[in-house]
Design a protein around this ligand. Structure first.
Ligand SMILES: Cc1cc2nc3c(=O)[nH]c(=O)nc-3n(C[C@H](O)[C@H](O)[C@H](O)COP(=O)(O)OP(=O)(O)OC[C@H]3O[C@@H](n4cnc5c(N)ncnc54)[C@H](O)[C@@H]3O)c2cc1C
Length: 400
């Protein structure tokens, strides 16, 4: 049996996220867009305190063990509020996802338990380098064994929450580095580098088109020494380990990024619908397509794209929760949602005319915030490539 209805407990739980988005995020959205590197400290304190209020929130596994699906649902609500502020919320983030995907049970406990208390904390994941983005197997950052330590050298760019994780909180950065260049992909391993570790430096923080409330940092690692057991998982170089953990991390994070896109798209759709209602522009459902106005067609196309992306996203997350391999579905959801939100927000600006383009409203901001969903966690093209490979049965060497 298939059931897409949420039970009442979950509806109430999502209403809390919606209220957070509406009452805490929307009112400060413009301020932190215009002042890119200003820190929304009050918002961080409130969201950090709320995330630890486990009495009213579902447990870590989510209702029915659907942790990933429920993360997608809450992500959509919060990104309806503001995607940049969402990414700035203190939490384990992408670094935590890498620990979950690659760490041993003991490492998960050791590195993630800190997010249950104390001051706000962040964790980031650093894969991208000046010479490698989409082709993440071409990582050149190295980790060399020296006694009981690893010594990391290299440069990472475009690291989300890099500044907060590396310098400004008691968080950490998961750095992907090769321990054996000759082994290719199999030699690539994730390392937890604790905040303020000597040798790790924040070189700069980027100025960006969108999601400007989120810090994006360039980090350098110069003889940065970490304990041996900060390598997540096994240090053994086998074809089954290493780079496969990068992919496993993406299988978990791509549905969440898709949910982010859906939240931004829904914000734009809701705004346009309200505007039409207030200005007596009809949206007639259930009539022959031949009688629809161009505006009605556009709007219904936007709605259709959003709903299709949402269903793909829920499926990808549900498969992960059910212990199924979701590599294909995670990329499908990410590719579809990135494309959908780009179309929806551009159309929203178009349909609203000068109001859409004006900074008076947030629609132009949502259009800028939307584009990142086509770039990080695998670009639109890379996710389409993965989908094609999986459907046609090609390896990454055969189709690239
Ligand atoms: C705001 C922001 C936050 C980010 N956060 C993180 C983070 O937290 N951690 C992290 O590690 N990285 C992060 N990134 C980096 C991001 O993951 C990369 O930008 C992305 O993987 C693309 O890599 P690239 O920029 O080097 O582009 P390239 O790989 O150089 O690609 C350029 C263009 O070519 C296309 N292309 C490349 N290869 C192919 C191919 N085989 N077939 C067809 N088209 C292709 C791409 O789709 C793209 O359109 C972030 C980036 C941004 C902008």
């Amino acid at each position: 049996m298939i059931d897409f209805e949420l039970e009442p407990q979950s509806v109430n739980w999502l209403a809390i996220y919606h209220a957070t988005a509406e009452q805490l995020m929307r009112p400060i959205s413009r301020q932190y867009d215009e002042n890119e590197h200003e820190e929304p400290r009050q918002f961080w304190q409130t969201s950090w305190a709320a995330s630890r209020n486990t009495a009213s929130a579902p447990d870590d596994r989510g209702p029915g063990g659907l942790r990933n699906l429920y993360t997608c649902l809450s992500t959509e609500e919060l990104c309806w509020g503001d995607a940049g502020l969402f990414l700035s919320i203190p939490n384990p983030g992408l670094g935590g996802a890498a620990v979950m995907a690659a760490g041993t049970p003991e490492q998960k406990m050791r590195f993630l338990s800190r997010f249950r208390g104390g001051k706000p904390k962040w964790a980031a994941m650093a894969i991208t380098e000046p010479g490698c983005g989409s082709d993440s197997a071409a990582i050149t950052t190295t980790a060399r064994r020296e006694g009981d330590d690893w010594v990391i050298n290299g440069t990472k760019i475009f690291c989300t929450a890099g500044l907060m994780s590396a310098e400004k909180s008691e968080g950490f950065v998961v750095v992907w580095a090769t321990i054996d260049r000759s082994a290719g992909r199999a030699g690539i391993k994730p390392f937890v580098v604790e905040h303020s570790t000597p040798g790790m430096t924040v070189v700069r923080v980027e100025n960006k088109l969108g999601i400007r409330a989120s810090d994006t940092a360039m980090l350098s690692f110069d003889n940065c020494r970490v304990p041996f057991d900060h390598l997540l998982g096994s240090a053994e170089v086998t074809p089954a380990g290493g780079f496969k953990d990068v992919m496993a991390t993406f299988d978990a994070t791509r549905p969440i990024v898709a949910a982010m896109a859906i939240g931004v798209g829904r914000a734009a759709l809701d705004f346009v619908r309200d505007f039409f209602e207030q200005n007596n522009v009809p949206l007639r459902y259930g009539i022959s397509p031949r009688r629809l106005t161009a505006i009605e067609r556009d709007f219904m196309e936007m709605e259709t794209q959003l709903k299709a992306a949402r269903l793909l996203t829920w499926r990808a997350a549900w498969m992960l929760d059910s212990g199924m391999r979701n590599n294909l579905e995670a990329s499908m959801a990410k590719a579809k949602a990135g494309k959908a939100v780009t179309l929806i927000t551009q159309k929203a600006v178009e349909l609203l005319g000068p109001l859409g383009y004006s900074r008076k409203e947030l629609v132009e901001k949502w259009m800028r915030d939307a584009k990142i969903n086509d770039i990080f966690e695998g670009t639109q093209q890379i996710n389409q490539l993965i989908v094609a490979r999986r459907i046609l049965g090609y390896s990454s060497k055969e189709l690239n």
